[in-house]
Write a protein that binds this ligand. Structure first.
Ligand SMILES: C[S@@+](CC[C@H](N)C(=O)[O-])C[C@H]1O[C@@H](n2cnc3c(N)ncnc32)[C@H](O)[C@@H]1O
Length: 251
């Protein structure tokens, strides 16, 4: 299993436990942009035992290095490879990482990916417009507090930036119907620090601090098909907020 955007690998852990309970022998590799989270994921799995851990890879999956490495990753044609991408697709800028992962699959390999969902157009007119509802949800005090944590992390005082939360169609090759974004605009020149790197933002500079592409079941299925993959199963969470596609590269 190659867990991309593994974070602390909560979902991946459950999946591996289920596989091992079926007598599967698993080797697992984590990929994430955050080394802290990679260390936590390794520790969780080491404690779980019965699974061999490969060296984790700290990488930005949108970077060209990852895209090249992934396309060369077909190393083990004798074992079933399962790629997972949970909670990452909604924040991508383009589908290039998905194409790279699809290219790394051998026929029969599986790729599990999760989508953030939006209600299907054409639902009863009594329902509030879903784009408006989404933007309102992310503009709530609770969601703002959570989003502002990101600003604190980079050393930016949220009180010194103007916020705008929007949910609107944004045509992209990820085939999303709409994208929720939170954007800040600096009021004065601002210095930020991120993973020991510093950057200076001029006054009135716009920064997108959150992005969530929204799919319907159909737009997700169309994206899977465009990647040359077969949709084996599709599960939606009880809240209707998240869908997971189990896909396979046809033999
Ligand atoms: C919502 S968490 C998913 C956690 C885990 N997969 C799960 O479902 O339990 C998304 C993870 O993707 C990582 N991530 C987001 N963008 C990334 C990128 N461009 N390259 C690598 N990792 C990324 C984040 O660091 C974070 O750990």
């Amino acid at each position: 299993m190659i867990a991309i955007g593994a974070g602390v690998a909560e979902k991946e852990f459950r999946l591996v436990k289920a596989l091992v309970s079926k007598q599967a022998t698993c080797s697992v590799m984590f990929v994430d942009i955050s080394t802290d989270l990679l260390n936590q994921a390794q520790a969780t799995f080491a404690a779980g035992g019965n699974v061999s851990l490969r060296a984790p890879a700290s990488a930005d999956i949108a970077s060209s290095d990852f895209l090249i490495d992934a396309s060369r990753a077909k190393t083990n044609a004798n074992a079933l490879q399962i790629f997972t991408l949970f909670g990452v697709l909604p924040g991508l800028v383009s589908n290039a990482p998905l194409t790279a992962i699809a290219n790394a699959l051998n026929p029969g390999d599986l790729f599990l990916l999760s989508f953030n969902l939006i209600q299907e157009p054409g639902t009863p007119s009594s329902a509030p417009p879903s784009l408006e509802r989404l933007a309102t949800f992310y503009d709530s005090p609770a969601a703002r507090a959570w989003l502002q944590e990101i600003l604190h992390e980079v050393g930016l005082d949220p009180a010194t930036a103007n916020w705008r939360v929007s949910a609107e169609p944004r045509p992209n090759d990820l085939n999303a119907l709409a994208t929720v974004t939170a954007q800040i605009t600096t009021q004065a020149p601002t210095q930020i620090t991120w993973h020991a790197k510093q950057a200076s933002l001029p006054a009135r500079h716009h920064v997108e601090v959150f992005r969530s592409h929204r799919h319907t079941s159909k737009s997700a299925a169309d994206l899977v098909q465009a990647l040359g993959l077969e949709l084996v199963d599709w599960q939606v969470s009880p809240s209707g907020e998240e869908g997971v596609a189990l896909t396979r590269l046809p033999a």
